[in-house]
Ligand binder design. Structure first.
Ligand code: AMP
Ligand code: MG
Length: 331
């Protein structure tokens, strides 16, 4: 299958893409978080193509995207707190896990769970597509499973060429990290995946919110995505503090390796391969991790960041990319 990449500004793009979705095809499109791979969420066969194209395990449910807040009641049963979240954060990078209504969505969207994760994206291309399609769109990130999520149309093409028919190119995504996922069926609500909408922001609107820990085995079944390796470049990744002495020691000890140092602009240390996270780490993270695969690096050192605000989402992704490994130094 040939993969076409069309510019979002091109005449007739949305009508064409919407028709393909209605015909049961997949369309990749930008959102404010990362690029999504969409299928009509009521079409079981179309949704199955998402799992196949991504190589995604079938027990990992998909997020359903809607174009207006009102649509949520067709598919889910929001709690009072869920309504407050929608009011405060939609459209935006917040996925609400709610009880699903029976027999309105394809079974494979929710991977057989009794809950569904839904959000209204805050991106003109995503919203225009949802409007043209007049249907809920199931859309996980448009990468091969396990790879860093795509923040450019080129990333989608690199991962999914010949597996999907159409990519709408809307330029770089803004936030660069996936949405925050909150389980609203629990009291207090539980953050299953940190993201652009932070714990602090949620607390201000709905009061107490808990965080699911990656290591908490009890929480794993609540967020099936948490148990898989994610966001990983080819070479092994190690986290390291952004401390010049520690980094210098690590580089000296790793003289036999081709080390790629992935660090923000504030870090001035030279390394055999230097990949910058710039000033906006969230926005540049996946691009930087993917750039590692274009080098001959045999080992990747990524500097850790503080866990305040969106830092907690960044560290969540980095811990997964590194499989929890930190490079040990003696200084
Ligand atoms: P992705 O679409 O690739 O960004 O991943 C979506 C994330 O949301 C995964 O970690 C899923 O496990 C999680 N998710 C989606 N729907 C649900 C649900 N009903 N319950 C719990 N987690 C969900
Ligand atoms: Mg994903």
């Amino acid at each position: 299958m040939d993969t076409r990449v069309v510019q979002a500004q091109q005449q007739g793009v949305y009508e064409q893409a919407a028709q393909m979705l209605r015909d049961g095809e997949l369309v990749a499109f930008p959102t404010e978080t990362v690029y999504g791979l969409g299928a009509v969420a009521t079409d079981e066969q179309a949704v199955a193509k998402i799992f196949e194209a991504k190589g995604r395990p079938s027990d990992n449910p998909l997020i359903v995207h809607i174009g207006t807040t009102e649509q949520v009641e067709q598919f889910a049963q929001p709690t009072a707190l869920a309504y407050r979240c929608m009011e405060a954060f939609w459209p935006g990078p917040l996925t609400l896990v709610m009880d699903v209504k029976e027999n309105v969505l394809a079974q494979n969207v929710t991977a057989g769970l009794t809950t569904v994760g839904m959000r209204m994206p805050d991106h003109p291309v995503a919203l225009a597509l949802l409007k043209a399609a007049q249907a809920p769109i199931a859309a996980p990130s448009a990468n091969r499973s396990g790879k860093p999520s795509p923040t450019r149309a080129q990333h989608v093409f690199d991962d999914l060429q010949n597996r999907i028919p159409l990519i709408i190119d809307g330029g770089r995504t803004g936030i660069g990290l996936e949405s925050t996922v909150v389980d609203m069926t629990q009291t207090p609500p539980v953050i299953l995946r940190p993201g652009g909408v932070t714990k602090e922001m949620l607390t201000r609107v709905i009061g107490e919110v808990k965080e699911a820990k990656l290591t908490d085995a009890k929480e794993v079944p609540r967020a099936p995505g948490m148990k898989y390796t994610h966001y990983a470049p080819e070479a092994p990744v190690y986290l390291i503090e952004e401390n010049p002495q520690k980094i210098a020691q690590a580089l000296a000890a790793l003289a036999d390796e081709r080390v790629a140092l992935v660090a923000p602009a504030s870090c001035k240390i030279e390394a055999p391969i230097r990949i910058s996270l710039g000033e906006d780490i969230a926005a540049n993270l996946y691009d930087a991790l993917r750039a590692c695969d274009e080098t001959d690096a045999t080992l990747i050192l990524v500097t850790a960041t503080s866990t305040g605000g969106v830092g907690s989402a960044i560290m969540n992704r980095l811990e997964k990319a590194a499989g929890g490994r930190w490079y040990q130094t003696t200084v």
